[in-house]
Design a protein around this ligand. Structure first.
Ligand code: SF4
Ligand code: SF4
Length: 368
């Protein structure tokens, strides 16, 4: 039996610290012992303040770090941001301030080691610090995700793939969401965190996971020794079928969800959470796939009045499908693999995934 504990909380540190300690104790906190070297992996995607709900809130990371320190462990906090320098993310995310005087090490993932994560991916580069720590504690943010529906416990560990290896893996996985989901699950299995905590107190709904998403207060924090179980339980909490999350489907196909899940604490279903629409890249009869992909499928679009022409999306796009010409962002939808990395890295929230009305109608007719 795998336990998943839900609690209601706020970011008020005194109360939050007790809630976090209760969750870890409830999961059998004895796995954190004196002298243990713990690597904490929060979501440090890009420079953003805590009110934007993009990063794991520093108060939760502090509460977990202090729990480990109280047990006599050593703490390193690491990630590999997609945009901006690590120090800028720590500064804007208020980590620097929150951790003043606390004996932890902040260190960006810089070095990788080859790890065999199994077929079909084989040996891939994963952050050395994550693989060599005695324990990994995964602290994810509850956010929507234009490509993968949600980013929860399993998806958070994709941050252990360093720098531009991330978009490269998007490119290798290509247009097939199921392949990418399998990659995420196999990375999770390789890193195998001892504990996953999910920060959903200020979650993100709508067009996440970057600045186009909308912060949404849910007041929920959850924890489990098993991120797959946690992700399944969170889908139930959000009122959706667990199989709607591609990583859950991948885990099921890999035979990794084989134990009963026991949910306890303040579990309450949220029925009005806003999800992004996940449109297929191709649909309808095979002979129309080229047409549907180019003209009808969901794709990234830009809001020209917000775009600052900074070029960040173009530089990050794994398919080289974005160009800046005559002060305009231009997408090559033939090359675009709909990974939505561009939406994730746009610091100005100028991009979103959109499916044309004609595409929606066509898909509706084809699905009948
Ligand atoms: S869409 Fe965003 S990332 Fe791309 S150029 Fe415009 S502001 Fe920069
Ligand atoms: S344009 Fe955006 S969605 Fe398309 S491949 Fe590039 S980063 Fe991915």
């Amino acid at each position: 039996m795998i336990n998943v504990i839900f609690r209601n909380a706020s970011y008020d540190y005194g109360a939050l610290k007790t809630v976090v300690s209760d969750i870890i104790d409830g999961l059998g906190g004895d796995f954190i012992q004196k002298g243990v070297r713990v690597l904490i992996k929060p979501n440090l995607l890009l420079p953003a303040g805590p009110d934007k709900a993009i990063l794991t809130h520093p108060m939760i990371v502090k509460a977990v770090a202090e729990y480990v320190l109280d047990k006599g462990g050593h703490v390193q906090i690491s990630d590999s941001p997609a945009v901006g320098s690590f120090s800028k993310v720590l500064e804007e995310g208020t980590y620097e301030k929150v951790f003043e005087g606390i004996d932890v090490v902040f260190k960006e993932f810089k070095e990788s080691v080859k790890v065999d994560i199994g077929d079909p991916f084989g040996r891939i580069d994963i952050a050395k610090d994550a693989m060599e720590a005695d324990l990994v504690i995964n602290i994810a943010k509850l956010k929507t995700h234009a490509q993968m529906l949600l980013t929860l416990g399993v998806k958070n560990l994709f941050g252990c793939i360093i720098g531009f290896n991330k978009p490269e893996w998007h490119f290798r996985a290509g247009v097939d969401r199921e392949v990418f989901a399998k990659l995420l699950v196999q990375i999770y299995e390789a890193v195998k965190p001892s504990l996953t905590i999910l920060d959903g107190i200020l979650a993100m709904e709508g067009d996440g996971p970057g600045k186009s998403g909308t912060p949404r207060h849910t007041g929920v924090i959850a924890g489990s020794r098993n991120a797959l179980a946690l992700d399944l339980a969170v889908c139930s909490m959000l009122g959706i079928e667990c199989t709607m999350l591609p990583t859950n489907r991948a885990a099921q196909r890999l035979g990794l969800i084989d134990q009963e899940i026991y949910i306890s604490g303040d579990f309450q279903i949220i029925n009005d959470f806003r999800f992004p629409e996940l449109g297929d890249l191709t649909f309808g009869p095979r002979f129309l796939h080229g047409f549907t992909r180019k003209y009808l499928s969901q794709r990234p679009i830009v809001n020209k009045s917000i775009c600052r022409l900074c070029g960040e999306c173009r530089d990050y796009c794994p398919a080289s499908a974005i160009t800046l010409k005559k002060k305009k962002i231009i997408f090559d939808y033939d090359s675009c693999i709909r990974c939505y990395c561009c939406i994730e890295v746009c610091l100005h929230g100028a991009l979103r995934a959109n499916e044309a009305r004609l595409g929606k109608m066509f898909r509706w007719i084809m699905d009948r």
